[in-house]
Design a protein around this ligand. Structure first.
Ligand SMILES: Nc1ncnc2c1ncn2[C@@H]1O[C@H](COP(=O)(O)OP(=O)(O)O)[C@@H](O)[C@H]1O
Ligand SMILES: [Mg+2]
Length: 266
């Protein structure tokens, strides 16, 4: 069982331009993700969600604090962390199977082995009939499915997803929320998932962290189980209209809104 530990993590960016100040993007972040956690970070634009994910991915080093995966400091990107971006980041000249194989190619796996592994994950995301399609022949939802399969193919300890459904239309987004939950349930991987949709956050999370900007910090944390309730009846609309769901939703909206008012007032 894997464990990702952030201890007192701070990120300060240098001043973006002359005559501006440095940016305190994250301050004193303590967060542990382990077991079958599905942790969702929710917060207004600019509150440091992507910075937090980038620290976990090893794309940036924190200015202070520690980031440990299974007790080892994260020093850079690695195959033990699968990243899914908001924009699919597929290579337009490669077909579905080659795009999904890209990480394994970098790991120098041989073609037969690559194909075997990737086919399994492309089946899991429902793309087994589109293996030879190119990105331009796929809908937005299908492109994100390729991104998911690519991230899963390295069998990472944790999936890091930065607003993976943010660019999709509302209906596709609902279908994809269920797909992400099914993948989580099937692969038993830890997930760190960013969104600024309150409904999406509450629906998919086992733990929801609400963030606040300047400096980015965690202001509230909830343990939730609406995703598990979804597995019982597979009726997402019903789960999202439960009184308990609506109560959490209202509370979270109040926190985010209250925070915005405080910020506006300086
Ligand atoms: N490379 C950078 N240099 C300077 N400031 C940055 C850089 N990247 C992000 N920021 C700033 O850090 C804050 C957090 O950004 P980000 O992590 O992208 O937030 P979010 O993903 O929640 O929208 C913002 O104020 C943003 O402008
Ligand atoms: Mg972001």
């Amino acid at each position: 069982m894997s464990k990702l530990d952030l201890k007192n993590v701070t990120v300060i960016y240098p001043p973006p331009t002359k005559d501006t100040e440095e940016v305190h993007a994250l301050e004193n972040i303590d967060l542990t993700i382990e077991g079958n956690d599905f942790v969702v970070a929710l917060g207004a634009s600019g509150c440091g969600k992507t910075t937090l994910l980038n620290v976990m991915a090893g794309f940036i080093q924190p200015s202070g604090g520690e980031v440990l995966l299974d007790a080892n400091p994260i020093k850079g990107p690695g195959a033990d962390r699968g990243v899914v971006f908001q924009q699919h980041a597929l290579l337009p000249w490669l077909n579905v199977i080659d795009n999904a194989s890209f990480g394994l190619m970098l790991q120098k796996k041989n073609p037969a082995e690559r194909k075997k592994i990737v086919s399994k994950y492309l089946k899991l995301v429902g793309l087994d009939e589109f293996l030879n399609h190119f990105p331009y022949q796929l809908s937005g939802g299908m492109q994100q499915r390729v991104g998911l399969a690519r991230a899963l193919s390295s069998d990472p300890a944790i999936m890091l997803m930065d607003e993976p459904l943010g660019a999709l239309d509302a209906l596709t987004r609902e279908v994809m929320q269920e797909l992400v939950l099914d993948i989580w349930n099937e692969t038993k991987k830890m997930v760190f998932f960013i969104t600024h949709s309150v409904d999406e956050a509450i629906f998919v999370a086992t733990r929801l962290i609400v963030m606040s900007p300047r400096p980015g910090r965690i202001i509230k944390s909830y343990n939730l189980d609406f995703n598990l309730r979804f597995f019982k009846n597979r009726d997402a609309r019903q789960v999202k209209s439960l009184p308990e769901f609506l109560a959490v939703r209202q509370e979270v909206l109040d926190i985010i809104h209250g925070d915005e008012i405080r910020i506006d007032q300086g």
